[in-house]
Ligand binder design. Structure first.
Ligand code: PMP
Ligand code: GLU
Length: 397
């Protein structure tokens, strides 16, 4: 018999869809993968070279559990440069990906009786990580008309004495939206007044378009900084998903607890990846601008095309690399005997009949939407959108 904990959770739907699409591709099926959020760019050469050098130099042994000092210093430098936030080494821990950082936070903070507020739509792993620690996720709906930012009054209405934390994600996966300073200030005021933690997942920080800018809630004053765990990593900013490197900055006591947990589970992140990460953070950053310019072109193309498909509307996202089209008008249609009544029905129809892999909004807590990752080449995006248009036209009302 499996533990109750294991029985409570499901596999990551984003990873499940990605592996299904990759398996179809491997068996010779021409499937277009809009499923996973992973940059299609290669990791920059200087970063790879730093990793090769680490191997050649024999930097292949255990390191300090929470990361080597030069990497912690590079992270501290990044926070100073980008957000004018100052941290000490004991306020930083490096983990095996931002997902692992979030997992360690969950282990360190959440327990039975605790409530963790999660604005929905949310990234898939937040609720399950709360459940894994026998705490309760409390979902607060957000709306397209508010750019999917939580309404402070809706947040306030669900705060109880058991509220342990709020999980924020800006820019957001899956909506691609960003929080503005004003809304963050109101959230910060509530967190300070009611004394709960804010877990601020800033993994898409570098992927922000037009004149928008990313604001970290931790930068809005000493009191909120003391209650915020900022999570970030290199997967998206430096196209390093497979290297597994994430980090957290926050209050020293929580960081220490996370380090203890990590010392009893994974130990340090790969020594080689850590050396590469120092180069990623301290070396030239122009790669990010090149990648962003390309994502920007795709973003505009995808959104414009989606809005020409009858029954689909899509707002322009300000960050990340996801479009989040509203597909609810398509529900109630059919293809032969197949009825399309939900985001899961539609995603499955697209996979079976149009060979398009994407993630149903239900996986993110909102059945009215689908998520399209445009972190794939423009040719596939063009072909994929043609297929989507054709597939929707083939549906009968
Ligand atoms: N947070 C969000 C919102 C994400 O989209 C991802 C992507 N996988 C992660 C965290 C985790 O990233 P990683 O573990 O690759 O650093
Ligand atoms: N964050 C990415 C996504 O949402 C990667 C998959 C995952 O880690 O779940 O697609």
């Amino acid at each position: 018999m499996l533990s109750l904990r294991a029985q409570k959770i499901k596999p990551s739907p984003t990873l499940a869809i990605d592996s299904r699409a990759k398996a179809m591709k491997a068996s010779g099926i021409d499937v277009i993968n809009f499923g996973v959020g992973e940059p299609d760019f290669d990791t920059p050469e200087n970063i790879k070279e730093a990793a090769c050098k680490a191997i050649k130099d024999g930097f292949t042994k255990y390191t300090a559990v929470g990361g080597i000092d030069p990497l912690k210093d590079a992270i501290i430098g990044k926070f100073e440069r980008d957000q004018d936030l100052s941290y000490k080494r004991e306020e930083i821990i490096v983990s095996c990906g931002a997902k692992h950082s979030l997992y360690n936070i969950a282990q360190a903070l959440y327990g039975p009786g605790d409530e963790v507020i999660i604005p929905s739509p949310y990234w898939v792993s937040y609720p399950d990580q709360v459940l894994l620690n026998d705490a309760t996720p409390v979902f607060v709906k957000t709306y397209e008309a508010d750019s999917f930012m939580i309404r402070p009054e809706a947040l306030e209405a669900c705060i109880t004495k058991n509220t342990k934390a709020l999980i924020l994600n800006s820019p957001s996966n899956p909506t691609g939206m960003l929080y503005d300073r004003e809304t963050l200030a109101k959230i910060a005021e509530l967190a300070v007044r009611h004394d709960f933690y804010v877990v601020s997942d800033e993994i898409y920080e570098k992927l922000v378009y037009d004149s928008y800018s990313h604001v970290s809630i931790a930068s809005l004053g000493a009191e909120i900084k003391d209650r915020t765990l900022v999570v970030n990593g290199l997967s998206k900013s430096h196209a390093m998903t497979g290297w597994r490197l994430g980090y957290t900055a926050g209050p020293a006591d929580v960081i220490k607890a996370m380090t203890n947990i990590q010392s009893q589970s994974t130990s340090n992140p790969s020594s080689i990846t850590q050396k590469a990460a120092v180069e990623a953070l301290n070396g030239p950053q122009d790669f990010i601008g090149v990648m962003l310019a390309e994502f920007d072109k795709r973003r505009k193309f995808v959104v414009a095309e989606l809005n020409t498909v009858p029954g689909i509307t899509c707002v322009m996202p300000n960050g990340a690399f996801y479009a989040f089209p509203n597909t609810s008008e398509v529900y109630g249609s059919r293809f032969g005997t197949k009825e399309i009544n939900s985001s899961a029905d539609l995603a499955l129809y697209f996979l079976d009949e149009a060979r398009i892999a994407l993630v149903h909004g239900d996986a993110f807590g909102d059945d009215n939407y689908l998520r399209i990752s445009y972190a794939t080449n423009i040719e596939d995006i063009r072909r994929g959108l043609d297929r989507i248009r054709q597939a929707v036209q083939n549906l009968a009302r």
